[in-house]
Ligand binder design. Sequence first.
Ligand code: FAD
Length: 637
Amino acid sequence: MHLDAKIPAGPLPQKWDRHRFELKLVNPANKRKYDIIVVGTGLAGASASASLAELGYNVKTFCIHDSPRRAHSIAAQGGINAAKNYPNDGDSIWRLFYDTVKGGDFRAREANVHRLAQVSNLIIDQCVAQGVPFAREYGGLLANRSFGGAQLSRTFYARGQTGQQLLLGAYSALMRQVATGKVRMFPRREMLDLVLVDGQARGIVARNLVSGDIERHEGHAVVLCTGGYGNVYFLSTNAKACNVTATFRAYKRGAFFANPCFTQIHPTCIPVHGDYQSKLTLMSESLRNDGRVWVPKTPGDKRPPSQIPEVERDYFLERKYPSFGNLVPRDVASRNAKEQCDQGKGVGETGLAVFLDFADAILRDGRAVIEKKYGNLFQMYDKITGEDPYETPMMIYPAVHYTMGGLWVDYNLMSTVDGLFVLGEANFSDHGANRLGASALMQGLADGYFVIPYTIGGYLAGTRFAEAKSDHAAFTDSVKHVQERTAALLAVNGRRTVDDFHRQLGLIMWDHCGMARTNEGLAKARTLIQELREEFWRNVRVPGSEKDFNQSLEKAGRVADFMEFAELMVIDALARQESCGGHFNEAFQTEENEARRDDANFCHVAAWEFTGDGKEPGLHKEPLVFENVHLTQRSYK
Ligand SMILES: Cc1cc2nc3c(=O)[nH]c(=O)nc-3n(C[C@H](O)[C@H](O)[C@H](O)COP(=O)(O)OP(=O)(O)OC[C@H]3O[C@@H](n4cnc5c(N)ncnc54)[C@H](O)[C@@H]3O)c2cc1C
C-alpha cells in the first residue's frame, strides 16, 4: 500500500490556506445529516466535539471517565506554545516550525509542523475568548516563559495548571453543545472495537463500564482522541487510565501504527521510591527556567547538598550545552541525567536522581517571585517527598511521559482506514522522534479546534455512504468478537493479578526499550514479552463478572492489549537501526554520546500494518522530505 500523506502542493507557508480553499465544503443545511463519533474528551476530543457540533454536525462523544473533565489533559502543568512573539524576543511562525522540526530530530513532516505553528496563535485567541486565565504581565499582556529546545519565551501558562484551565475552557464549549443537543455525551464507555463497513469506519462497539452492557454506536466518521500509550511501562507520569486499547484495536482493523518506539522520557520527575509504587509524578519542565541541574563532581559523594561546596558541583547541562543550558530538549536532558547516574554521581538513597536547585533563583528574585511562578509544584513536591524545595534542592530523575508514536495519519488527520480520523497524542503526526515541552497541548487543540473542522468536511462531502445501521452484520461480528475476548479474560481464573503482570511488562520495557536501547536488549525483550503474554493468558486472575462495574476486567483488557503492543514497539525499535530523539540505540551515537541519525536509510515514518495474530506486522515507509529545513546533526551547544 502506498502511504499518501496528501500534502498540498505549493510553498510551505501557503499550503494550509490553499488546502482549506480546495477542500470540499458541506452545506450548512446538510451538516445535520451527518453523525460523527468522537472518542475521548481530553483537549483533542473536547475541542473537536465542540467545534464539530458548533458547525452543525451531530456528535456522539465517549470517554471512560465519569466526567469529560477527568481526561488526562487535566494533569498538564507547564504551558502551551504559540508564536505570538509578545516578549519581542525574536519568535515567529517560522521559528516555532523550525524549532519543532529540529527538536523532533528531523523525523516529522514539514507541512504538518508548519501548519501547527501557524494555528498556534489562533489557539491562544480562542482560549482567551473562553476565559482561560493565562498568566499576565503587569501591563496586561499575556506572560510567556521558556521551555526546552527554544532560546526564547513562547510558552503561555496558568501557573502549573495549564492543562486544567485549557480543559475547563474546552469542556465548557463541549457542555454548551451538550445543552443545545448537538453533542450526546456518553461517559463511562470504553471503546473496544472499531466497526468497518465497506472499508469505511462507520461506528464503534463500546462497553458501558457501569452496567457492563456492550453497545453499538453508528456514525459517518469516527474521530479517535484517546491519548498516548506511555502506561505500557506501568510506571509513568500519565494518568492510570491512559491506555492503548482504542488505537491498538483500530490497528487490528487496518489503521497503520506509526513509529511506536518513539517514547518520551521526561527529565524532571520525582524518582521511583519503591517496588509497590503505581504512579510517577512530573515536576514541570517550566522549573528548568529557574532551577539548576547538578550532581556532585565526585562519584559516591553522599553529603547533603548544602555541604557540597560550589567548586565540587557539576552543573553538567550548563557545562555541556552553554547556549541552551538547563533548557536543552527533554531527550538530551534525560540522557545526560542517566549518564551522570551511570557514572556513580547520582544522588539520594537509590543513586538514581540529580539535583534541581532553586537556591540561586531564590537569592536573585526572592522567595515570593518563585512561589508565584511555581508554588503549586513546590507544594506537590513537598507533599510527596516530605522535603521543602525552598530549603533544599529537589531530587529528580527521568520517567516515561509522552508517546510520539501513534496511528499514522495523513495531512487531513485521516488514518489508513477511510473515515477514521486520529487527533492529539493518539496520532503520530507532529513531534517526530522527540516532542518539545508545551507542544502537546498546542497540537491537541490545533487538531481539535482548527484542523478537523475543515478536513472532516472535505471527507464527508466527497464520500458516498452505504446504509450502515447498528444491526448491520459488521456490528454483530464486532460485538461477538468483543464478548469472546471478555469471556476469555474471565475464564482464565489463574493466580496472578493484572497489575502484577503489568508491572513486570513495564520493567521489561523500561530496561530494554526505555531511555537507552541495544539490539541484544531489544531481542531479549521480545522473547520476554512473548513469554509473559503466554503466561498472562494462562495465569491471570480477573475476579467478578462482565455484567457489572468491574475495574479488574477493564484493566485486564487494557493490559492484554499492552502485552501485544509492547512487542510492536520492540519490533519498531529493532527495525530503526539509528538513534534519533527519544529512540537512543547505544550502537548509534556520536563521540559526545548524542543520538546519531542515519538519514540515508531512516529518514522515514515507519508505519506498521497488522497482518494477523501471531504474524509479523508489515512495515510501510513514508519518506520524509525536507525542502525548507536543512538536515543537520542537532546541536544545543
Ligand atoms: C503530568 C503531565 C504533564 C503534562 N504537561 C504538559 C504541558 O504542560 N504542556 C504540554 O503541551 N503537554 C503536557 N503534557 C502532555 C499532554 O498533557 C498530553 O499529551 C495531552 O493532554 C493529551 O491530550 P489528548 O486529548 O490527546 O488525550 P487525553 O487527555 O489523554 O484524553 C484521552 C481521552 O480518551 C478517553 N479514552 C481513552 N481510551 C478510551 C477508550 N478505549 N474508550 C473511550 N474513551 C477512551 C479518555 O477517557 C480521555 O477522555 C503533560 C503530560 C503529563 C503526563
